[in-house]
Design a binder for this molecule. Structure first.
Ligand code: ZN
Ligand code: ZN
Ligand code: ZN
Ligand code: ZN
Length: 295
């Protein structure tokens, strides 16, 4: 039997007995030990469900084991891991640097020169699909289909292959002008300008005018097609009768190199489809020309 000796409690300082042969004598007296033990309790880890021993006096009571708290999720932009604490309400989905690399950008429109913003969403979509960033402002892009629709329909008015130059819209001229020529001899046949329609002047419309007589030939407006997935189409109406004559939509073709072109179909189905595609011309000064013909 070992001997007893006194030890002083680290918490309250009072003396208590310990046996001399105890390897690890208690540091606190019995009342203090009981008080301390009451402050500890078990809870279950929110990740693994295992036991987590915590003390009420801690400033922050953890919900996870240390080794359970952290996880890694792939960054939405670069795919590399991001360290995420399971307790975070809004865990980051992108690295900070990655996020900054796709912050909204200001670009100047290749067609009209106006500044426009390329949103983060657009940049991500381009990245995902391997596309280049848009070079035209939304308005020019929006007008392009209407202009192609107007030009496509003109193929049935003039009955010759057409060649159209889309002129740069100046800062002072808000109407984009397309000059439509006879592809065979270069004669100017018509002009297409952009205008606004409707009581609030919100709908943009492409107006085709005969270059010789100055008479309005047709108006091309935006329409929608499709039941489940609606797609933008351009609808051309004769200015003489007011009846719809053509519908134009963008079509993609090609396996490896996808080519986009506008396909204009006469409403009465006479004559078949008219194709308008952009080609680049010139060596020193490359110009974009829209070629329009039946194929
Ligand atoms: Zn004590
Ligand atoms: Zn755990
Ligand atoms: Zn990243
Ligand atoms: Zn523009």
């Amino acid at each position: 039997m070992g001997k007893w000796r006194t030890e002083s409690c680290e918490q309250c300082g009072s003396d208590f007995y310990v046996r001399e042969d105890w390897e690890r004598p208690p540091r606190y007296c019995k009342p203090c030990r009981e008080e301390r033990a009451a402050k500890w309790y078990d809870k279950s880890c929110r990740h693994c469900g295992g036991t987590l021993r915590v003390c009420v006096e801690w400033d922050r009571i953890p919900d996870y084991h240390k080794e359970c708290a952290w996880t890694e999720k792939p960054c939405e932009i670069c795919g590399q891991g991001i360290r995420i604490h399971r307790g975070w309400d809004n865990p980051p989905r992108r690295h900070k640097e990655c996020r900054e690399s796709v912050a909204p950008k200001t670009a100047s429109c290749a067609q009209c020169g106006h500044l426009f913003t390329i949103s983060t969403g657009t940049q991500l979509r381009c990245k995902e699909n391997g596309w280049g960033l848009p070079t035209r402002c939304p308005e020019c892009k929006h007008d392009a289909l209407l202009i192609k629709g107007a030009v496509g329909a003109l193929r049935d008015t003039f009955r010759v292959p057409l060649e159209t130059m889309i002129e740069k819209r100046g800062v002072f001229f808000t109407d984009k002008v397309a000059v439509v020529r006879n592809a065979l001899n270069g004669d100017i046949l018509a002009e297409v300008t952009m205008d606004k329609e409707g009581c609030f002047s919100t709908k943009r419309v492409a107006v085709a005018t005969d270059a010789r007589s100055g008479d309005e030939i047709a108006r091309t407006r935006e329409g929608c097609q499709g039941t489940f997935v609606s797609r933008r189409v351009a609808e051309t109406y004769s200015s003489e009768t007011g009846d719809q004559t053509h519908t134009t939509k963008m079509v993609e073709q090609g396996m490896l190199i996808r080519k986009r072109f506008a396909k204009t179909d006469p409403v009465n189905d006479v004559g078949g489809s008219i194709i308008s595609r952009i080609v680049k011309r010139g060596w020193l000064f490359r110009k974009k020309v829209v070629e329009t013909d039946r194929h």
